[in-house]
Design a protein around this ligand. Structure first.
Ligand code: CP
Ligand code: NVA
Length: 303
């Protein structure tokens, strides 16, 4: 049987995503009571990181450890990937030894290529185009604080990047409306926007996006791999900062999220990031719980 991969959020059905969120909430509550359920004993997760990470690495390592398994960290610097061994060969070799592979890389096409040569489930731990694992945690966090996100208004401020494109897929899957405020040259891919037609509005005006939003989200202005554009982008994106004035246009009980790492004073002001509407620390912590549920789903654990 072909392995089940998680390369974008659309690899899940709506009902599966809702179940995953429920399961994540349940296991989070269990962990709080000191209950660990090792449902994946002896299973091994290999993690390939071609970009830096704090949250993704630690949450996956902790997730598989709590489930009774083990993680292996691989970077191009200390594996044969960095010396030119083809991705396809690496995928086939890892498939003979481990039970699941997480990959964080640049072009999304590399994730697809890896998955097409893997006999075990592959998880996209972030590519230039998508960051689906972060959306699991973000959606879990919204449900935790406010209940179902269906019919709510979400505002995305800033770059039409990998996070934004995963939000577009979430809007389609969970049936909420997403208003993206971004400069003209930094819009998400038109085909991705098209695929969620009816759920997405794009504007240049940050205030239009924030008005009456139930959730306000932003991300760095220059993603990993765009370091040489930091200064240019800082100028172009400055009107899109999420600050107190912008948050005052959102619904009274609006939440603020950011996948982190954050740059205080750039895409978000310090008082919003540290303020009462910000749920960024809970959001980061939920990476652990939602990814435990994801690993169980992909590796066939039944509850
Ligand atoms: N949000 C996120 O993916 O963080 P890391 O880059 O630290 O993994
Ligand atoms: N858009 C950011 C997300 C980091 C978690 C990046 O790709 O660097």
């Amino acid at each position: 049987m072909a392995a089940r991969h998680f390369l974008t959020l659309l690899d899940l059905e709506r009902s599966e995503l809702l179940d995953l969120i429920r399961r994540a909430q349940q296991s989070k509550a269990e962990v709080k009571q000191g209950i660990l359920k090792p449902t994946l004993p002896g299973r091994v997760l290999a993690m390939i990181f071609e970009k830096s990470s704090t949250r993704t690495r630690v949450s996956f390592e902790t997730a598989i450890a709590q489930l009774g398994g083990h993680a292996i960290f691989l970077s191009p610097d200390d594996s044969q990937l960095g010396r030119g061994e083809p991705l396809e060969d690496t995928a086939r070799v890892l498939s003979k030894m481990v039970d699941c592979v997480m990959i964080r890389t640049f072009k999304h096409e590399k994730v697809l290529r890896f998955a097409s040569h893997s006999d075990v489930p592959v998880i996209n731990g972030l590519s230039d185009s998508y960051h689906p694992c972060q959306l699991l945690a973000d959606m879990q966090t919204f449900f935790e604080y406010r209940g179902n996100i269906q019919g709510k208004k979400v505002a995305w401020l800033g770059d039409g990047n990998n996070m934004c494109q995963s939000y577009i897929q979430a809007a389609r899957l969970l049936d909420f409306s997403l208003t993206i405020a971004c400069p003209d040259d930094y819009r998400p891919e038109p085909e991705i926007v098209e695929s969620a037609a009816g759920h997405i509005e794009i504007t240049r005006d940050p205030e239009q996006a924030a008005r009456n939003a139930d959730l306000v989200v932003t991300d760095v202005w220059a993603s990993m791999g765009q370091e040489q554009e930091i200064e240019t982008r800082a100028k172009i994106f400055s009107p899109y900062q999420v600050n107190r004035d912008l948050m005052s246009l959102a619904a009274k009980d609006a939440l603020f999220m950011h996948c982190l790492p954050a740059h205080r004073g750039d895409e978000v002001s310090s008082d919003v990031l540290e303020g009462p509407q910000s749920v960024v620390w809970e959001e980061a912590g939920n990476r652990l719980h939602s990814q435990k549920a994801l690993l169980e789903l992909l590796l066939g654990v039944r509850h």
